[in-house]
Design a protein around this ligand. Structure first.
Ligand code: AVJ
Length: 320
């Protein structure tokens, strides 16, 4: 097991899961934050999603990175690459290779809430990049930005469209906090899904093989295991809808029948009515002007903007 820098130990994690479950499951409507999808199985299911024919973001982002990585390396000259929500860091190799070709790269800092996914990624990367210093950080990018190692020469990558998991107010806070931890001349590379045809967006979150449904229900398995809850996981149906006002995809779990669920670890019993929905994720899609505005409001200057020809996914390179 590679050594990781752990800012989120099991005690913090479980205290947070309790707090989130308590707040979200007693709210009306019920909700849970998406970060709890990602135990080892959830991280594997997400990797499977990225290979589905319907799930276009990963492929489009990979193509954009492949096309622009050398330019990004030349523009930023970064010696430290930080990746927030790194998961498998699979696409990130395109950036590592480009920075390495220029001879600038010294350190890679992948940061993820999932210790399991991070440990796998660090092990694979250390084998393939023996000369690179890799500092895996188990942390939550909502909370631990101040702890990012390195200074003055960083490129922070936040890829995959994960920014879309944040609601507008959280996003503003996150971007401002990130900006505050960076120094002048450091860079942000942001991957973000764009508003496109709902007939393209919705199937990406509701695939024919049912992998996304399993991923969605996995959050209930996490609660069953970690909070001793007794969700009847199979009694929840996967729902993915496009909200045209707020321009985000919402994933929900819909109770197929009325149910009572006990969560002994937090001393709570909750009731579901037939058809009641629990919101598990928002995945916001963006427009260039809005993103440029949000970046500017946080103190970033959008310097480069790349999209696929159909305008479904974007890479933004912004300077502090
Ligand atoms: C990992 C947050 C980018 O929102 O597209 C995939 C997660 N959810 N299918 C996304 C996800 C359902 C994914 N992100």
């Amino acid at each position: 097991m590679p050594e990781l820098d752990i800012h989120l130990d099991e005690t913090d994690r479980s205290a947070q899961l309790r707090a989130d479950a308590y707040a979200g499951l007693l709210a009306a409507p019920k909700w849970l934050p998406p970060k709890w999808f990602y135990d080892a199985r959830g991280s594997d299911l997400f990797e499977e999603i990225t290979r589905l024919p319907e799930y276009y973001p990963t492929k489009l982002e990979r193509d954009l990175l492949a096309a622009q990585a050398d330019r990004i390396a030349a523009i930023t000259g970064a010696r430290t690459l930080v990746e927030l929500g790194s998961g498998s860091s699979e696409k990130t190799r395109l950036l590592l290779d480009a920075l390495h070709r220029r001879g600038d790269l010294a350190t890679f800092v992948p940061l993820d809430v999932s210790a399991a996914a991070l440990a796998d990624a660090v092990a694979l990367l250390s084998a393939d990049y023996p000369q690179l210093r890799i500092e895996g950080v188990v942390a939550d990018f909502h909370q631990h930005l101040k702890l990012l190692p390195g200074s003055g020469d960083r490129l922070v990558a936040f890829l995959g469209g994960t920014i879309g998991n944040l609601a507008p107010a959280e996003r503003a806070r996150f971007l401002a906090e990130l900006r505050a931890t960076l120094e002048p001349g450091e860079w942000l590379l942001l991957g973000a899904g764009l508003v496109t045809d709902p007939q393209v967006m919705v199937p990406a979150y509701d695939d024919a093989a049912g992998v996304t449904a399993e991923f969605n229900r996995n959050v209930l398995r996490v609660l069953n295991r970690e909070l001793d809850a007794d969700f009847d996981v199979e009694a929840f149906e996967h729902v993915a809808v496009w909200d045209p006002e707020r321009e985000w995809i919402e994933m929900r779990l819909r109770a197929a029948r009325a149910m009572s669920v006990t969560l002994p670890a937090i001393g709570v019993t909750i009731e579901f009515a037939t058809g009641e929905e629990l919101r598990t994720e928002i995945s916001a899609k963006f427009r260039r002007d809005l993103l440029a505005e949000e970046l500017a409001a946080a103190g970033f200057n959008l310097r480069h903007w790349w999209t696929d020809p159909a305008g479904r996914f974007s890479l933004s390179l912004a300077e502090t």
